[in-house]
Design a protein around this ligand. Structure first.
Ligand SMILES: Cc1cc2nc3c(=O)[nH]c(=O)nc-3n(C[C@H](O)[C@H](O)[C@H](O)COP(=O)(O)OP(=O)(O)OC[C@H]3O[C@@H](n4cnc5c(N)ncnc54)[C@H](O)[C@@H]3O)c2cc1C
Length: 452
């Protein structure tokens, strides 16, 4: 007879992505028993990897910026081998039927999409964003009107409007100025003084950190249940998790799933009030190519002949010396989470995205250049906070849901959702949970935490 899993003295963590694993690791380091539930067969969620043409590659393109100190420190702490190697990257811009480099200050000063006066206004606008100290000054300002006022109508129409439409599935209604403000601030962390953007990656991608987190959790007695979808969970004393029809009591349940999933699992649409109504999904064609397409890590696109959100050649960061005999290129298209494109057949997506790629690189030939391809989809990739959302974004606990801790990326505000931000979120949730449990770290756990 199968023994029921003993759970009552543990904390359940729902979701085995970066947030759930970081939270479970931190709790286990403090001597708290944890059970992580992950519906997929593998851990890592959006930041995980997959088998692709005989090698492990990121499911979605991921890089680390020099300012991502939380990622770098956690990787060291959990024993990820090697250091993050940072590389100067080049940025391209496809507009008016031509591909132009805007990688350096000099190139930016010659950027032909904009008139000289518009370039000055754009530079002033970016500097102005850096100088705004807090989202509180701009959160109530609609994004479009704010850019038009601060950067001028010309800069908006020629540059921001097509870039934002490519990112937000043609729907800019309800977006707050905070989004662009925090985005420009994060990307300024990727710039060397006045010069190129600098990006890095862990050897083996975020998956290396995911694997190390999983190993440290199990060493401390934590349990990782993969291929185990939680069917539901309920607040109460004790809170419970339902798996395969079995109701398991816990000391506490921590949900790292996004609100639309959390609400379904709790059977309660009123939880997590204050989180966004809108989520972006992403449809992404991954290509393994016989040759590099260009020297650019990213190509931004405003040309109406292509509907891609961008072109990301990750081997420009993963393999800066060009030692591999192939290039990895991701073609993402961000869409609303109810977009029909998320359900379109692979062949249709592949044909359309390859045609778009051909507009940017006329010498690209799918027959000659493509070694392997795969269409990836994520229906819920990025929460989109609306105008004036800041003050209402909920924290870890809610009086109506005793025993439940909420730690989803929809509660990250105002900063961009990233590995850095998820670690900060998990750290905060860990602190709140330990406080609520009245859990003083045991001497051994505190020593282990201090030793890292
Ligand atoms: C296209 C793209 C590019 C990105 N690029 C970068 C980048 O360059 N740098 C960077 O730092 N960040 C990047 N990010 C952001 C980063 O991937 C996310 O911040 C991070 O992965 C979020 O982790 P999470 O654990 O909160 O969510 P998720 O990864 O979504 O994890 C949630 C987990 O919950 C599981 N789950 C769902 N329902 C259930 C259930 N019923 N029972 C059990 N488990 C369940 C899911 O399977 C999933 O594994 C990117 C994201 C995307 C989409």
């Amino acid at each position: 007879m199968v023994q029921p899993v003993t759970t009552g003295d543990r904390v359940a963590v729902i979701g085995g992505g970066l947030t759930g694993l970081t939270l479970a690791y931190r709790l286990s380091t403090m001597g708290v028993g944890v059970d992580v539930y992950e519906s997929s067969a593998t851990l890592g969620g959006l930041a995980g990897d997959m088998e692709f043409d005989g090698a492990r590659v990121d499911r979605f393109y991921h890089v680390i910026l020099p300012t991502d100190d939380k990622v770098i420190n956690l990787a060291r702490e959990v024993g990820v081998p090697g250091e993050v190697e940072f590389t100067d990257t080049a940025v391209g811009f496809f507009h008016s039927g031509r591909l132009e480099s805007i990688s350096t200050l000099g190139e930016f000063l010659r950027f032909s999409l904009l008139t000289p006066a518009q370039r000055v206004r754009l530079a002033a606008f970016v500097a102005y964003c850096q100088a705004i100290p807090s989202w509180k000054r701009i959160d109530r300002k609609p994004l479009v009107g704010w850019i038009e006022r601060c950067a001028g109508r010309g800069v908006f129409e020629r540059m921001w409007n097509p870039l934002l439409r490519a990112k937000f599935d043609d729907d800019l209604d309800g977006l707050s100025a905070t989004w662009l403000w925090q985005r420009t601030r994060r990307m300024s962390g990727a710039r060397r003084k006045g010069s190129t953007e600098v990006c890095g990656a862990l050897d083996g991608g975020y998956q290396t950190m995911v694997d190390a987190l999983a190993a440290r959790i199990t060493e401390r007695g934590g349990r990782l249940f993969t291929s185990t979808a939680v069917d539901g969970f309920a607040a109460g004393t004790p809170p419970t998790v339902t798996v395969d029809g079995e109701v398991r009591p816990y000391r506490m349940v921590a949900a790292t799933t996004l609100p639309p999933i959390t609400r379904r699992l709790m059977g309660d649409d009123s939880v997590l009030e204050g989180t966004p109504d809108r989520y972006l999904g992403v449809v992404c064609l991954l290509l393994k190519l016989r040759r590099s397409l260009s020297r650019y890590y990213t190509v931004n696109i405003t040309d109406p002949t292509t509907t891609l959100t961008g072109i990301i050649e990750t081997t420009r960061v993963l393999d800066p010396g060009g030692e591999r005999d192939h290039a990895l290129v991701y073609l993402p298209k961000y869409v609303n989470s109810d977009s029909p494109l998320l359900k379109a057949p692979d062949e249709e997506i592949e044909q359309r995205f390859l045609r778009d790629l051909g507009h940017v690189f006329p010498d690209f030939s799918p027959e000659r250049d493509v070694i392997a391809s795969r269409v990836m989809r994520a229906g819920l990739a990025e929460p989109v906070h609306g105008i004036g959302a800041g003050p209402g974004v909920p924290g870890t606990f809610h009086p109506a849901s005793p025993g439940i801790a909420f730690a989803s990326t929809a509660q990250i505000f105002p900063i961009v959702v990233s590995g850095q931000a998820t670690i900060r979120l998990a750290d905060q949730a860990c602190e709140d949970i330990l406080g609520a449990l009245g859990e003083a770290p045991t001497a051994a756990a505190a020593a282990s935490a201090a030793a890292g």
